[in-house]
Ligand binder design. Structure first.
Ligand code: T5A
Length: 213
C-alpha cells in the first residue's frame, strides 16, 4: 500500500486556513483519496485539552518555555496517535497548522531559540515532516480585521499586539526563504475563490507525478 501524504496549511491569524482546508479536503476526496482532517493545537483528546489550556486567557503570563513545551507535548500525542498511523494506512492527512507555527509563534513571535525548537522537532517527530506546506500569507492588518469581524472573544495568543504578529509573519516568510522547496506561498489577501483556485492549481501541480503512477 502506498503511504499517504501529509499536507499542512499555515498562516497568521485570520489567514483563512479553516476556510481553505475544507476546499482541499473536497479536492483530494474527489480524486478518490482517503483524507483525514486535523488541527493543531489539538487533534487528539489530550491535544484538545492542551489547546484549551494554551488559548485560555486565564493563563496570561504563561512562561514562554512552558508554552513551547505544551505545543510539543500536544504534537507528540498527535504524531503518534493520529498522523503516523493514518499515513501508514494510506490516508492523506491535512492539518490546520503544524511545526512551522511553533517556529513562527514561539520562535519569531516570542523570541525563543530556533535551535531549541529544531531539537524538539527532531525529538518529537523523528523524520516526520510535511510533504507540502501551503502558507496563506496576508498582511497582518488584513488577517486581524478578518479575525475581529467574527466578533468572538480573543484567545490568549490573539491578545498579542500587531508587532507580535508582524514577527510571526516575518518568521513564516523566513522559513520559506530557507527551504523554498517545502512551501507553496499563496496570496491569501485575495478573495476566497481566487485563493482556492490558486491552491487547487498548486496542489495539482505538486502531486502531478503521483497522480500518474
Ligand atoms: N499556535 C499554534 C502556536 O503559537 N504555536 C503552534 O505550534 C501552533 C500549532 C490557535 C493559535 O495557536 C497558535 C497560533 C494561533 O494563535 P488556530 O486555531 O489555527 O491556532 O487559530 P487562528 O489562526 O486564530 O484561526 P482562525 O480561525 O482565526 O484563522 P483561519 O483558520 O486562518 O481563518 P478562517 O478560515 O477561520 O477565516 C477567518 C475569517 O476570514 C474569512 C472567513 O470567512 C472567516 O470569517 N476569510 C476570508 N474573507 C475574505 N477573503 C478571504 N480570502 C478569506 N479567507 C477567510
Amino acid at each position: 500500500m502506498q503511504r499517504g501524504r501529509f499536507i499542512v496549511l499555515e498562516g497568521g491569524e485570520g489567514a483563512g486556513k479553516s476556510s481553505n482546508l475544507q476546499c482541499l479536503q473536497q479536492m483530494l476526496e474527489a480524486r478518490g483519496l482517503n483524507v483525514l482532517r486535523t488541527r493543531e493545537p489539538g487533534g487528539t483528546p489530550l491535544g484538545e485539552a492542551l489547546r484549551f489550556i494554551l488559548l485560555d486567557p486565564v493563563y496570561e503570563g504563561m512562561e514562554l518555555k512552558a508554552e513551547l513545551l505544551l505545543m510539543f507535548a500536544m504534537r507528540a500525542q498527535h504524531v503518534t496517535q493520529v498522523i503516523r498511523p493514518a499515513l501508514e494506512a494510506g490516508t492523506w492527512v491535512i492539518s490546520d497548522r503544524f511545526t512551522s507555527s511553533s517556529y513562527a509563534y514561539q520562535g519569531g513571535g516570542r523570541g525563543l531559540d530556533n535551535d531549541a525548537i529544531a531539537w524538539l522537532e527532531r525529538f518529537v517527530q523523528d523524520d516526520l515532516r510535511p510533504d507540502m506546506t501551503l502558507l496563506l500569507d496576508t498582511p497582518v492588518d488584513v488577517g486581524l480585521a478578518r479575525m475581529r469581524s467574527r466578533g468572538e472573544p480573543e484567545d490568549r495568543i490573539e491578545h498579542e499586539g500587531r508587532p507580535f504578529f508582524e514577527r510571526v509573519r516575518a518568521s513564516f516568510l523566513a522559513q520559506v526563504a530557507a527551504a523554498p522547496e517545502r512551501f507553496i506561498v499563496l496570496d491569501a489577501a485575495q478573495p476566497l475563490e481566487v485563493v482556492q483556485a490558486a491552491m487547487h492549481a498548486e496542489v495539482e501541480r505538486f502531486f502531478a507525478p503521483l497522480w500518474l503512477t
